[in-house]
Design a protein. Structure first.
Length: 325
């Protein structure tokens, strides 16, 4: 696999968790082509947690990267012209530019997000929208994919975005394997709400995770809202409300995303026909699978298999650009 250089740019006041996400996901592994470097304007960088860190790379390493990731930082402050110019240059040269959380403020200040959709942490989204009127703000999403420019919402949404990048680059199997190592959800659709204003479940309240796990084992079967609610022992209305509170998405949208994820794994790891893949993942027909693949991924099942099938060794050069969050 061709080496894909990832520069994680730590700005002063970087949020440690935001920083840890891309450095963990894009660390060097035998099954991935990523070569990750922690970069900063100066070697010593302050963090919001009260400790400092030392970066191995500077702006030269950022300029040589294929993907530049800017984690969140606080307080929001004016950035040096050298940083803003470097981010604008990366965008102009067609390299992939990514932000996590309030890192979107850096991309917007550099003009990278002008004319695009973007998101950031829900607590700062009003300020972001006011300060950058040239950017269309998507408030209730986990992340936004604009092809070579991607932004995520607050903190842990960076996990979803980084796994989305791996999925684009290397396919669902590799992304899911990394997710399992992180003990993270293998796939949350970017269009889910980043903040669900619901109370945390208290002792004695049953989560619907058992029903979701039951459904994942039966994706090839007819699964309706009524069937899911019956398994959970709830009325359809109560099930719909609680499911949305827990996941930030509806049961049927969650089910569609799960079936598309299963289809991707089958296309990557088996030689089954598209018709069989459609049946096994619960989408019924090849025509239906193609329709949802085109809507969700901007490609076809056959093209996806050519890019990520087990007989190929894809690298980031063959990534599929997904839709906006």
């Amino acid at each position: 696999m061709t080496v894909h250089r990832v520069a994680v740019l730590a700005l002063d006041g970087v949020t440690p968790l935001d920083l840890a996400i891309p450095t963990q996901i894009f660390t060097t592994r035998p099954e991935t082509p990523y070569e990750m470097t922690l970069c900063a304007l100066e070697p010593r960088v302050t963090t919001t947690a009260g400790f400092a860190l030392v970066a191995d790379g500077g702006l030269e390493q950022v300029r040589g990267a294929d993907t530049v990731i800017v984690p969140g930082f606080e307080p929001i402050h004016r950035l040096p012209d050298a940083v803003l110019g470097m981010l604008a240059e990366a965008r102009d040269q067609g390299r992939r530019v990514v932000s996590i959380c309030t890192g979107a403020f850096a991309l917007a200040a550099a003009g990278v997000l002008d004319g695009l959709h973007a998101t950031t942490h829900w607590k700062h989204i009003d300020d972001f929208e006011r300060d950058f009127p040239a950017v269309t703000v998507d408030r209730d999403v986990l992340y936004v994919d604009e092809g070579e420019v991607l932004t995520s919402a607050g903190v842990c949404c960076g996990i979803d975005l980084c796994l989305h990048l791996v999925r684009r680059d290397l396919g669902a199997v590799v992304a899911n394997e990394i997710a399992r190592g992180l003990v993270a959800a293998p796939h949350r659709d970017g269009g889910q709400a980043q903040y669900v204003p619901a109370p945390i479940a208290v002792a004695g309240e049953a989560s619907l995770s058992a029903t979701r796990g039951w459904a994942l084992d039966r994706l090839g079967e007819p699964l309706t809202l009524r069937v899911l609610a019956r398994h959970a022992g709830l009325s359809q209305r109560t099930f719909m409300r609680r499911f949305t509170e827990e996941t930030g998405t509806t049961p049927l949208r969650w089910l569609l995303n799960a079936r598309l994820g299963r289809a991707r794994e089958l296309l990557e790891t088996t030689d089954h026909s598209v018709d069989r893949v459609a049946r096994d993942c619960g989408l019924g027909t090849a025509a239906n699978l193609r329709l949802h693949f085109r809507r969700a991924l901007g490609t076809t099942p056959t093209a996806y298999r050519r890019a990520f099938g087990r007989s190929t060794s894809p690298g980031p050069a063959c990534s599929q650009a997904g839709p906006r969050g």
